[in-house]
Ligand binder design. Structure first.
Ligand SMILES: NC(=O)c1ccc[n+]([C@@H]2O[C@H](COP(=O)([O-])OP(=O)(O)OC[C@H]3O[C@@H](n4cnc5c(N)ncnc54)[C@H](O)[C@@H]3O)[C@@H](O)[C@H]2O)c1
Length: 265
């Protein structure tokens, strides 16, 4: 894959999909700033990159707070001034809906702040630099939950569709500067988002007397909903992100790739 050896910023890079993206981009030769609210996790991921011979910097940042984003992006640019790539991988689920009237204003505010406003904050901070470079990549992590009505978590579902619209809006604005903006929508990936949040959320919604482990719920969903009958991996998502970050993808913008084993066919 042809990739510039310049800096990349990945949010939510401490665990799961964000971590896999950071490691993959580093393997492709990029120097990576890993932003996460969980500094220990980001430091562990950065150490793994350095152990493999790459360059990485872990930065603590709550991406839902614009001043923290500005500070972290500033620190990332100070460390890797040639940064040309931003991956907005951070995402949190929302408390159970079913029906949607079960959700509160606070549920909506929190998930919008972390899942959507964060991408606005990071992109706003980096866009002027990419425009000046006349080259760059922004890649947003959406979800199949944005493309289908994910009844157990309405605010999450809506934020993931919003992420795709934000992707297209930014793609239009940045196209004339040589900056591409695309999205990747994962399907079912066994990460902490599933083992901690989603499993708990779906077991709460399960019929009484039918308790299931979160792993069983996950496997059941994969069997029921994924035509290819297999879960996706964080590395599958990282591979699609790496392609969109590569020089070969220079003419692709405003698009979304579903890495979901066919769920959305
Ligand atoms: N796992 C899946 O099946 C799946 C499916 C579709 C989409 N996604 C999306 O992929 C992305 C990554 O998900 P994942 O499964 O790896 O989740 P994860 O929970 O394993 O990792 C999320 C990371 O984001 C960090 N984070 C959370 N809130 C933050 C904040 N306010 N500021 C900074 N960092 C914060 C966490 O500390 C964690 O390191 C998310 O956008 C998610 O919506 C995941």
């Amino acid at each position: 894959m042809k990739m510039t050896p310049h800096g990349a910023i990945v949010t939510g890079a401490g665990t799961g999909i964000g971590r896999a993206i950071a490691l993959r981009l580093a393997r492709e030769g990029k120097r990576v700033a890993l932003l996460d609210v969980n500094l220990d996790a980001a430091q562990e991921a950065a150490a793994a990159i350095r152990q493999a011979g790459g360059a990485a910097e872990a930065l603590r940042c709550d991406v839902s707070a614009e001043p923290q984003v500005q500070e972290a992006i500033g620190a990332a640019l100070a460390r890797f001034p040639d940064t040309d790539t931003l991956v907005n991988a951070v995402g949190v689920t929302s408390p159970p809906g079913m029906p949607f009237t079960a959700n509160t204003e606070a549920d909506w505010d929190r998930v919008f702040a972390v899942n959507v406003k964060s991408a606005f904050f990071t992109s706003k901070a980096i866009a002027p630099i990419l425009m000046k470079r006349g080259n760059g990549r922004i890649i947003n992590i959406g979800s199949i939950a944005g493309l289908i009505a994910a009844r157990p978590m309405p605010p999450y579902s809506v934020t993931k569709m919003a992420m795709l619209t934000l992707t297209r809006v930014m793609a239009r604005d940045l196209a004339e500067y040589g900056v591409t903006v695309n999205a990747v929508c994962p399907g079912f990936v066994w990460t902490e988002l599933w083992s901690d949040d989603m499993g708990r959320l779906l077991s709460a919604a399960a019929p009484a007397g039918q308790p299931q482990s979160t792993r069983d719920i996950f496997e059941g969903r994969v069997k029921e909903l994924v035509p290819m009958r297999r879960a996706q991996t964080a590395d599958d998502i990282a591979a699609a992100v790496a392609f969109l970050a590569s020089e070969e993808a220079c003419n692709i913008t405003g698009q979304s790739i579903n890495v979901d084993g066919g769920v959305t066919i």
